[in-house]
Design a protein. Structure first.
Length: 87
């Protein structure tokens, strides 16, 4: 079942469940981002990181550009290599 409201949330499912008197699972089911959207967004971010690295940027600069940690940059670049090999 797809989410009725696929907007990224700022509160946790537990916080929303408490606020609305529902179970955590119900909240997750109702507002979770559709899997296809999540995967497309993740692929795009990994490819962007790979583009920035190919242009000569350091991991630190890529992290700053994307607003993520250096460790996340490393993970994204690994993911980009996996996507490239699968293509």
């Amino acid at each position: 079942m797809a989410a009725r409201n696929p907007v990224r949330r700022t509160k946790t499912a537990r916080e929303l469940a408490e606020q609305y008197g529902a179970s955590t699972r119900t909240i997750q089911r109702l507002i979770a981002e559709p899997r296809e959207d999540f995967e497309a967004r993740a692929r795009a971010k990994a490819l962007r990181a790979a583009e920035l690295r190919a242009s000569g940027l350091t991991y630190a600069r890529i992290a700053e550009e994307l607003g993520i940690s250096i460790g996340s940059v490393s993970a994204l670049l690994r993911a980009a290599r996996v996507h490239a090999q699968a293509s």
